[in-house]
Write a protein that binds this ligand. Structure first.
Ligand code: URA
Length: 302
């Protein structure tokens, strides 16, 4: 079974901490909840933990209830198992012994990205790339949507369940809100906006991508920026901020113009703002995003 997402922050440290730390704790708890959901833990059955694997008896063992194979939840003594407990089918793939080590995967991603002369070739390179373990658990590679070469490039985090199913970024609830945000500054993915993510495959349970996954995808992300040459990049959320600028703290960084410089020296102005999924949970933050979008729109008009 895969491990639950673990945060270094602790909820008990909320008082006296910064808004960014509270944000990170909330994100970690949310990721943990998603992880449990993906593992099939969707019912609260008891205040105390119950080991259902130990509590299922093989067919030749006497039942305690009337024909019911499961011991009562009130019986605390574990049942004696006479055969190995069944393995939970989590649907999550175990680490692949044949997987490339991270440094080799980054090298391979850099080579493929550099060799891609245009966006079509880059998209194919990402689709064919097997160096990121997330690909094994994903249904689709989610590359980009919209108009390559548009003045505005929106960078999100990673595909969620809807995006994984359809193979397109930002098409779930957060995506619908993103479309509304863009429409408010007269942008959309059909005419003048290009949308992509910093990770191309859905992390299990919607957990935040880890540093290795970010580093492996980054050569493709940088190449996408170099090839699509946007006038401005809108960074949505803390993970995209970390990936593109190697900075932590979306609360303190949002609304401030910054610059990304790719390995090849290509530079582009970026505006970090909150992720639309955060706005769905925290509608009062919409006014701050509105301010960020106004700055963005003014610079796009220049
Ligand atoms: N969230 C993201 O950051 N990207 C998507 O594509 C969907 C949800």
């Amino acid at each position: 079974m895969s491990q639950p997402p673990v945060s270094t922050s602790s909820p008990s440290s909320i008082s006296g901490t910064s808004k960014d730390e509270v944000y990170e704790v909330e994100e970690a708890l949310r990721a943990l909840l998603h992880w449990y959901e993906d593992m099939g833990v969707n019912d609260l059955v008891s205040a105390a933990p119950v080991d259902f694997y130990n509590n299922f008896l093989p067919d030749n063992q006497p039942r305690t209830g009337k024909g019911h194979p499961q011991r009562s939840l009130n019986q605390n003594a574990p049942a004696k198992r006479t055969s190995p407990s069944p393995k939970p089918n989590t649907g999550i793939l175990r680490p692949d012994a044949n997987a490339l080590p991270t440094d080799k995967a980054i090298e391979e991603a850099s080579r493929l990205a550099t060799q891609s002369p245009d966006i079509v070739a880059l998209e194919k390179a990402v689709h064919d790339f097997n160096g990121c373990a997330l690909k094994k658990g994903a249904r689709n590679t989610v590359f980009a949507d919209g108009v390559p070469g548009a003045p505005l490039l929106v960078m999100g985090e990673a595909p969620g369940a809807d995006e994984d199913r359809e193979g397109k970024p930002f098409i779930g609830r957060a995506g619908l809100l993103l479309d509304k945000m863009l429409a408010a500054i007269h942008h959309d993915r059909k005419t003048n906006c290009y949308i992509s993510n910093t990770i191309y495959w859905r992390p299990p349970g919607n957990r935040p991508p880890n540093q290795e996954e970010i580093l492996i995808c980054r050569p493709f992300v940088e190449r996408l920026i170099e090839l699509s040459q946007p006038k401005i990049i809108l960074i949505t959320g803390a993970t995209a901020l970390k990936c593109l600028l190697d900075k932590s703290g979306i609360m303190k960084n949002r609304g401030h113009w910054q610059k990304i410089t790719t390995q090849n020296g290509y530079e582009c102005p970026v505006m970090p703002t909150f992720h639309p999924a955060y706005l769905l949970r925290t509608p009062k933050a919409k006014s701050l995003v509105w301010q960020d979008l106004q700055k963005l729109a003014a610079r796009l008009r220049d």
